[in-house]
Structure formats: C-alpha cells, structure tokens
Design a protein around this ligand. Structure first.
Ligand code: NZQ
Ligand code: ZN
Length: 385
C-alpha cells in the first residue's frame, strides 16, 4: 500500500426532509448566491424547500448553469458575485451546478488576469475561494464531497478539471427524495459515472490494499443492484438512498487511498464530450471497455479479481474469464439504456482530434504512465464498433 494522507472536511447531512437544516447551516449575515441549473429544482419542489429554509437571508439567484458548465456562463456569475458582494455560495443541483459553483468560488478571489489560467495546471495555483454549500439532486459525480470541478470553455472546445482543497463544500445535503424526478437517462448516467469512478481507482494492478479493494467492490455491487432498481421503481426511497450514498462513496477519496489510479477513461471521455457533446457518462460507457481491452495484460490480475468477486465468474481459463467480465460490464451499461460504441451515437468523423487533444492536455496516462497518443488512437479504434 502506498503512503497517503486523507482529509475530508465536508459535513454530510443525509436523508429525507433534511433540506430544512439549511436554516442552521447557512451563514446568518451577508449575501448568499443561490446557484442552480435549467429549472428542474423549480419543477420538483426543491427550490421551494430551499427558500422556505432560508427566511431572513439575503439570497441573490443565479440560474442557467448548463450540463457540462461553461466558463462563459460562470464568468457572468463571477461579475454578479463581485457586484453584489456575495460571501457564500449555495449550489442546488447536480454535478454541473456544484462544479460551476466551485469554479465561481475560486474565480471570484483569483488575483490573476483570467481565472481560466488556473485550469491547465489543474488548480495548483488556487490560493483561496469563497465558502460554498451544496444541496445535491443528482447522484453521480461525488462533487458534493470532493475538491474537483470540471469546466468547459465553449470558445476553445476544451473541457478541463481543477481540484483545490479551497473549494471543498462546507456542507452537503443529500436528500434521496429529491432524485425521484430524475429522467431515466440521468439516473442511468449517474450510476454509470459512479461505477467508472470506482474503476479508475480499482482496475489497475494489485497494491496490497485488500480493504480498499473490498470497499470498491462493495460500491460496485451496490450500483449494480440499485441502478436498474431505481429505473424500475423511481420512488423507492431505499433504492434512491443506496444509489446516492454509493455515488458519493465512489469519489470522495476514500477508496482511492494508498492505491494506484488510472483516469484514462475520464480523460479520453472529457475530450469526446468537448468535441462531440456526448453526455459524460455515455463517453465513459464507451471508453472503459476499450481501455480494458487495450490494457488487459497489465490489468489481468484485477480483472480476474473483479470477475470473481463482482460477477461470480470463476470457471474457464484466464482469457475467458476476463472476456466474460468485460462483457458483463458492457451488458450492465446497456441494461441501463446506454449504448457502448461510438457508432451508436453516429460519431465517426474527425476521430483523430481526440488523441490530439489528449496529448495537448497531458499524456502519458495510466497507472504505469504508459498510455501515449498511439495508445489513445488504438483505444478510440476499439470504441468505434
Ligand atoms: O439543469 P437542471 O434543470 O437542474 O437539470 C439537470 C440537468 O439537465 C437535471 N437534473 C438534475 N437533478 C435533477 C434533474 N432533473 C430532474 N430531477 C432532478 N432531481 O439533470 C441534468 C444533468 O445534470 P448535471 O449536473 O449535468 O449531471 P451530473 O451530475 O451527471 O454532472 C455532470 C458534470 O459533472 C462532471 C462532468 O464532466 C459533467 O460536466 N464531473 C464532475 C466530477 C467531479 N466534480 O468530481 C467528476 C466526474 O467525473 C465528472 O467529470
Ligand atoms: Zn465521472
């Protein structure tokens, strides 16, 4: 096991009827910016619950954060923050709203010319940010309990991430009942995103970390159980609660302590979203099996462990078991209604740009740092059909 330090200060408030606790959690003085997306929170009653929980607070609203939040929109919010002297940000929504708020929080206190300048080195230069809190409505990204944010710059078609301890939420309210209204597509996306977050910290090489392995497998098994159930019974509280807590656990840093990581699938996926507009989780469902096929020798020990412990595949030779595990994974994504090849989305032109952009934003990738441009090209080939 590698050395590690782990510090996660986010105050998690979990369960039905917990949004009213904003009354104690929000600062009593000053100006709070309430940030949300395209209006789902107005249709499902979450907005009303938030307003009711904040009597006497000065709330300034900023709405219209789009899925894959855009730098251009977020910079408009930064202007409002400065003008209105905002000193606390409240994100109400999914990963895009939370990530957007993290960017706004850091950008508002950025001393340099353009906050985009802290993106290429992934936020290392961020020294301060406004405090923020979260009301989560979509289990997927883990953003409610991690220091990361992913922002898209429309003008250059770049999707980059930054991470900073300064943008850790002070609190996150997770009420599973807010997720009853998710469209099936978003429920499926969330389960797949969380599943792949686990994989990026698990499907590498053995590292003498049996606890982390079993924690990761527990999250995978829970997602495999709860994902399809949530589609079938959208108002089943315990299923929604399992999904929500599993997605948080998938990317709050815990299962990734002391083990190698391989974020190749996410890095390639971000470029596909930036270039072709596919949903984040869709890109992951396409790229993950291709990464495994390309790196099956390096990942063989963990693929075999995964096959046995998660899917119960114990018969046959090693090759057959690995093939069966990859197939089971793809079938799981497909059972949630997500197709796993680029051709299913009519993406076929200009594919060379994906590897080119990966190179621009930082290669090599992989737990052995051995995935270069030609490897990305091979992986994209395996994604085609
Ligand atoms: O905008 P509104 O109207 O709120 O609608 C949203 C949006 O259209 C809707 N929605 C959210 N909660 C709902 C709801 N509809 C009905 N009922 C509800 N309760 O769902 C749509 C998608 O929302 P979005 O926030 O975009 O989804 P998600 O949470 O999957 O976030 C995706 C973004 O997070 C980034 C992705 O790259 C992408 O930009 N990621 C962030 C990470 C992080 N911060 O750690 C890690 C991830 O790997 C990921 O990259
Ligand atoms: Zn993700």
């Amino acid at each position: 096991m590698f050395n590690f330090s782990y510090h996660n200060p986010v105050n998690i408030i979990f369960g039905k009827g917990t949004i009213c606790q904003l009354a104690e959690l929000l600062p009593k003085d000053g100006n709070i910016m309430l940030v949300y997306g395209g209006g789902s929170i107005k249709r499902n009653g979450v907005y009303d619950q938030v307003i009711k929980a904040a009597p006497g607070r000065r709330l300034i609203e900023f709405s219209g954060i789009e899925p894959n939040p855009r730098y251009e929109t977020l910079m408009r919010a930064v202007e409002v923050v400065k003008r209105e002297k905002i000193n606390f940000l409240l994100a109400v929504g999914g990963g895009s709203v939370i990530d957007g708020v993290k960017f706004i929080a850091a950008a508002a206190l950025w001393q340099g010319a353009d906050p985009w300048d802290f993106m290429p080195d992934h936020g290392q230069a961020v020294r301060a940010a406004l405090p923020l809190g979260v009301v989560l409505t979509l289990p997927a990204t883990g953003s409610e309990m991690n220091p990361n944010s992913v922002v898209t710059r429309e003008s250059t078609r770049e999707k980059l991430f930054f991470g900073s301890p300064h943008v850790m939420p002070h609190f996150s309210i997770l009420d599973p009942e807010t997720t009853y209204t998710l469209p099936p597509r978003q429920t499926a996306n969330g389960a797949i995103d969380a599943f792949v977050h686990v994989m990026e910290q698990y499907m590498t090489c053995p590292a003498g970390a049996p606890l982390q392995d079993r924690q990761a497998e527990a999250v995978l098994l829970t997602l495999i159980e709860a994902g399809p159930k949530a589609l079938e019974h959208p108002n089943d509280y315990d299923t929604r609660a399992s999904l929500m807590w599993a997605a948080t656990q998938a990317l709050n840093g815990l299962i990734g302590c002391g083990v190698p990581h391989d974020w190749t699938t996410h890095m390639i996926g971000h470029e596909i979203t930036a270039l072709y507009g596919l949903d984040h989780a869709v890109t992951l469902a396409i790229v993950l099996p291709a990464v495994w096929r390309h790196k099956r020798q390096h990942k063989a020990a963990k693929l075999l462990q995964y096959a046995a412990r998660v899917w119960g595949i114990r018969d046959g030779d090693e090759d057959a078991r690995i093939n069966a595990a990859i197939e089971k994974t793809e079938k799981f994504f497909q059972s949630l209604g997500v197709a796993t090849r680029l051709k299913d989305y009519d993406v076929k032109n200009g594919l060379g740009a994906i590897a080119q952009q990966c190179e621009k934003h930082g290669l090599p990738l992989g737990e052995h740092q051995d995935i270069w441009r030609k490897d990305v090209e091979t992986i994209i080939d395996l994604c085609r059909e």
